[in-house]
Design a protein around this ligand. Structure first.
Ligand code: SF4
Length: 315
């Protein structure tokens, strides 16, 4: 568990929280790392939604961004590589009253954790999954990740990454029962905050890909999009991510109804532009956490039911 003086908390309906109430240890990411921006937006969300720290859990895997739980004054679980999603699923199924957030890097989620990622989408358990995608393994000093652009030089493939990059949006939108898929960028803080907030409000598995700069190893990767806003297209819809102030900054906007899964899949395709917004949302999809009834039983009743189930297989 990450540091959090929760035992001394007195449950009090009248408590109110400010951003500083969620601040944990001092973040040790590189100066200018996009992770700082995501952390700030997340702390702002927690205060905005007035989430009680002792009822909020952040689960991460391994990678630069996976230090996230240490920097928040909530419960946290800095897990093992690629396993953040099953850990978080276990937490949520056992304690549906908690708000659960998952923080993963591209290596963590799209590579070693890919099988868990696919099934977490399908299980559609009510939690927020943040993919901080800097398109490289930063913690292991610039190794190729599954989302590294083809031809990009890394320390493991210095003559250029061999294979085309995986597109996490296309993958997520291709999985049965996907219910919330969005993309944002950490250098657009208003959009980042609005997207995380919409993800939190969604009832089901919310997948948010956050394009994240790694100035230490891949400063050039997102620079063209940061410097030239015409290479960014905002997805616009009254049911989408609504940030009115952004219209003057990003002249390219596209109307997209997030109920349209076929349109979402087409828009997820990679081109010269990046698209920010809500690609898809459907709250009618079945959720695995709603199919379970065991949590309504006492510990003794659960044990009895388990024994009864196991006895069915006795030979
Ligand atoms: Fe951030 Fe890159 Fe530094 Fe890791 S190596 S903390 S991703 S800037």
């Amino acid at each position: 568990m990450s540091g959090c003086s929760l035992l001394s908390v007195v449950l009090d309906e009248d408590r109110s929280f400010s951003v500083s109430d969620y601040e944990g240890a001092r973040a040790r990411w590189c100066p200018g790392c996009g992770d700082h921006s995501v952390l700030a937006a997340t702390q702002r969300l927690l205060a905005d939604e007035q989430l009680a720290p002792e009822r909020t859990v952040f689960v991460s895997g391994i990678g630069c961004s996976s230090r996230f739980p240490h920097y928040l004054n909530t419960y946290g679980f800095h897990g093992i590589h690629g396993r953040a999603l099953p850990l978080a699923t276990g937490v949520k199924l056992q304690r549906p009253d908690l708000d659960v957030f998952v923080v993963m890097g591209d290596g963590d989620c799209v590579s070693i954790g890919a099988a868990h990622w696919v099934h977490a989408i399908r299980y559609n358990v009510n939690m927020v999954a943040l993919l901080l995608d800097n398109e490289v393994y930063g913690l292991t000093k610039k190794q190729t990740s599954p989302t590294t652009p083809q031809g990009y030089s890394t320390n493991t493939q210095p003559h250029g990454t061999y294979l085309p990059a995986m597109n996490p949006l296309e993958t997520t939108l291709g999985v049965t029962n996907a219910s919330f898929v969005a993309q944002t960028a950490e250098w657009v803080p208003q959009h980042l905050f609005a997207t995380i907030k919409a993800a939190y409000r969604h009832r089901g598995f919310s997948f948010v890909r956050i394009l994240q700069r790694c100035p230490h190893y891949t400063e050039d990767l997102f620079l063209p999009f940061v410097q030239d806003p015409t290479r960014v297209e905002l997805l616009e819809h009254e049911d989408g991510i609504v940030v009115p102030d952004l219209h003057s900054r990003f002249e390219n906007q596209r109307h997209h109804d997030p109920a349209d899964i076929d349109g979402a899949r087409r828009l997820a395709e990679t081109g010269d532009q990046i698209r920010l917004g809500l690609f898809f949302r459907d709250e009618t999809h079945p959720r695995y956490d709603e199919t379970r009834t065991l949590s309504a039983h006492t510990a003794e009743e659960k044990l009895s039911l388990l024994n009864e189930e196991l006895d069915r297989y006795a030979v």
